[in-house]
Design a protein around this ligand. Structure first.
Ligand SMILES: [Zn+2]
Length: 111
């Protein structure tokens, strides 16, 4: 992740919002903007990290959901073929759905 871009910062000395890209000192009061720029960069970086973590968590949850579905598709396929009948297959599918809900609950509790 590259450096964050700062547009405007609040001058710590006079409180005015100034363009941080062009100024290292406040055009209004002449105070240094270095601390204000550093603070703003830190603030934006932290927000960026929080957003990245949120995205990671969402992706992880989506993957877990998918993994669970794949496992039960496999179980249903095996159960269906082993039973070798429409009735047994239907029972297998019903049992699969039942277990799936249980497992999903178990996955969610672990988090
Ligand atoms: Zn100022």
């Amino acid at each position: 992740m590259s450096d964050v871009k700062i547009d405007k910062v609040c001058c710590e000395y006079c409180g005015s919002y100034v363009d941080a890209g062009k100024n290292e000192t406040c055009p209004n009061c002449g105070g240094s903007l270095k601390d204000a720029i550093l603070k703003e960069k830190t603030r934006q970086r932290l927000a960026q990290i929080a957003e990245e973590e949120r995205q990671d968590k969402l992706a992880k949850e989506a993957k877990e959901e998918q993994d669970t579905d794949e496992v039960f598709d496999l179980i249903r396929t095996i159960a269906g073929s082993a039973a070798g009948g429409a009735i047994a297959g239907a029972l297998g599918r019903a049992a699969g759905e039942f277990l799936k809900e249980d497992l999903k609950g178990a996955f969610k509790k672990k988090k």
